[in-house]
Design a protein around this ligand. Structure first.
Ligand SMILES: [Mg+2]
Length: 111
């Protein structure tokens, strides 16, 4: 399996902007709570667009909030000593076991 190393460059750059909490445990706790908050902001965009009919919510707004999710995910992995490339590679390997033909089909959903 090809390792997705470009994510490690992102993680290294992103972590330069992370606050030092004095311990990995505190960094992990703060990052997990913050990731939940950012995921909520992402969901809120969709809510406003779909249910409040906000026409001014565009792709850039989703990119902005999704990038916050990525940043906090990077913080979480950093606190655990895990590279984003290892996380991504793990996920692709998991998916390749689940989807033997390499892509999603309706037969997978019915399981
Ligand atoms: Mg945000």
């Amino acid at each position: 399996m090809k390792k997705i190393i470009e994510l490690d460059v992102y993680q290294e750059l992103a972590m330069k902007t992370s606050k030092d909490f004095g311990s990995k445990e505190k960094q992990l706790e703060y990052a997990i709570l913050s990731l939940c908050g950012e995921a909520g902001e992402l969901a809120n965009l969709l809510k406003k667009k779909v249910y409040h009919n906000k026409k001014n919510i565009e792709k850039d707004n989703f990119i902005d909030e999704a990038s916050d999710v990525l940043w906090y995910l990077s913080c979480i992995m950093n606190a655990l000593g895990i590279k984003l490339s290892d996380l991504a590679t793990f996920n692709i390997e998991k998916l390749s076991k689940r989807y033997k033909d390499g892509k999603y089909t309706e037969k997978h959903y019915s399981k």
